[in-house]
Ligand binder design. Structure first.
Ligand code: GLN
Length: 276
């Protein structure tokens, strides 16, 4: 089988499994195995696959057909123009989270910025990449293997971030930040989405929270006040149906200028407020 035939075979198999991105995934799988990018695959489409490559492709195809995410197969995901390493220990960064980054940049914040539950490091690395020396970046995660991935991303991208293993604020010194951001777990454990798309393969700890998904958000809103300078903002990503609850909790906790922002799909996605 040559590259062209393999691409057609993979595409047909993926499409038969109702995978929307069948054509793209087929060339990515080929790239993973042959190390030829899409352009090179077209240029060398009559190159025969080795038996070993064919066996590898069959394995990867099987995984993909079972729903295993392309980002974990390839080992990376793009976020805010950065190529980030991802593993099953990290949530796969979503375009919706760029809403938080965009709005943060519009606030013209300078000084210390803390990202809680950083995962692959997506948010803090995007901010550091954009703002360079205008901010001093800090990030935590509760999981050591996750934090390692974030650290690796920072190193490869040559971005300076201070990482700390911490369950939310538990290991933080009593510092005061100029801003705190987080994309915490916010899905209800009974939400049917957990069985769909990439979610069954992602770390549950990064997805699911108690109190119908609001547990971590509520903890962050309450505890962040002690770590924010006066007038410093807290920006939180949340579920499409949680804007009202999150605004209410922020207002109850005394934050000011509380507002909710919409993601690219027009859903409530990020709420922010400023410590009084
Ligand atoms: N936005 C993700 C999803 O719904 C969940 C991310 C999170 O829980 N922080 O797929």
């Amino acid at each position: 089988m040559n590259i062209k035939e393999a691409w057609m075979w993979l595409k047909a198999e993926l499409a038969a499994n109702n995978i929307d991105s069948a054509a793209l995934d087929a060339s990515l799988l080929l790239e993973k195995v042959t190390l030829l990018n899409r352009v090179q695959q077209i240029a060398h489409d009559d190159r025969s696959l080795l038996d070993k490559e064919l066996r590898e492709l069959q394995e990867l195809l099987k995984k993909r057909q079972q729903g295993y995410p392309m980002a974990y197969i390839m080992g990376f995901k793009e976020f805010y123009g950065l190529k980030l390493k991802v593993t099953p220990a990290t949530l796969i960064p979503r375009p919706d989270t760029e809403t938080l980054v965009d709005h943060f940049l519009s606030l013209n914040i300078r000084g210390s910025v803390l990202d809680l539950g950083t995962g692959s490091g997506a948010i803090i690395l995007a901010l550091k990449h954009e703002l360079k020396d205008k901010i001093k970046a800090y990030a935590t995660d509760v999981c050591e293997s996750t934090l390692k991935v974030a650290q690796e991303n920072a190193k490869r991208l040559n971005l300076e971030v201070e990482f700390l293993l911490s369950d939310w604020f538990s290991n933080l010194k009593p510092l005061k930040f100029d801003a705190i951001v987080s994309n915490p777990p916010y899905i209800d454990e009974n939400d049917a989405h957990l069985h769909e798309t990439s979610l069954p393969f992602e770390p549950r700890q990064a997805l699911v929270s108690d109190e119908h998904g609001l547990g971590a958000l509520t903890t962050l809103i309450r505890e962040a006040k002690a770590y924010l300078k006066d007038k410093a903002p807290l920006l939180l990503e949340h579920g499409y149906n949680q804007g009202c609850e999150v605004r209410k909790t922020m207002l109850d906790e005394g934050y000011s200028h509380v507002q909710t922002l919409k993601d690219l799909g027009g859903n409530d996605r990020v709420t922010l407020g400023f410590r009084n």
